[in-house]
Design a protein around this ligand. Sequence first.
Ligand SMILES: [Zn+2]
Length: 346
Amino acid sequence: MVGIVTAIEFEERDLEARVPDLSAGGTWITTRLRWRRDPLTGASARILTGEKLQPETRPDLTALTAKSGFCPFDAEVLEKFTFPFPAELTPEGRIRAGKAVVVPNIMAYATHSAVGIYDADRHFIDLDELTGGLVGDAFVAMVRHARAVRRFDPAAVWSSISANYLPPSGASLVHPHLQSAHDACGTTSQRLLAERAGEWHVQHGSSYWSDLIRQEADGPRWLGQTGRVFWLTPFAPVGFHEVWGVVADVPDVTELSEEDCQALGEGLSRVLGAYKEANLASFNFGLIGGGPVAGEHGHRVVLKVVSRSNPEPAYRSDATYFERLHGEAMIDLSPEEIADSIRPRF
Ligand SMILES: [Zn+2]
């Protein structure tokens, strides 16, 4: 129904924690500790007070990222150690767009998976050098592969394109790359998002993501827009420095246009530039397709990006028992503070 504004409820509680103050001889003081629940998934997060967990300096990445030893993604060996896709999937063999090349993944974690290299000529690309064009072209090539998979295997209805970057994020190769997954099962978070967006659609007759964008636009968590991608920080993050890009009107990865891919690349590049300025070095992103009935439910492709711990000897992991076993993020900088620091780039 036209004209009905559906308010999304952002639930926040102050847990009113009391702690002894080290700087005041152990005097007990009340400290601000906010508990928030994501209005769609119900996942909760704790926002601490004070920048206790932020890196004051950036680690020297020279040794870690030096070109030493074997790397299958380097241009001079890429054609030897990666393989073309079978002709029945795509006549392209290796799928190329700009500097990006997409090849079959040799490790199976989904029925169909690919690995994309932003630029085979550069063994390491720092966060501020991952330009909108480099990332956008990689998305273009990945989406072309995703479409080929969907034509070849219509049962592989759950699609996503994700990335690890440097070892703390899970990357086993330093050479910057991204990966995709296409199969009939999807992932826990992918299914949950789709199910809850479907329930929202049944209850409210509207798209959760359109409602979210309308409600958050120009607010304290709003970043801006590239093309038809809307950028914001989530009310209840699952990780540090988390940013979302919601692609208006696009329910699935296979339906992203080349313009959408470039808009996603441009926005992500700006976020990664801000990460570098905040002394960060490692990240994960997931570009999450909505599954088989996303279009009917007004569900949308969402890109989620989080920073990860810096690669330092004996680093403190950002995934504690809270995140791994309780499904609850514990972060120190609020989504509003993150938005304030990244917004000038949009
Ligand atoms: Zn390399």
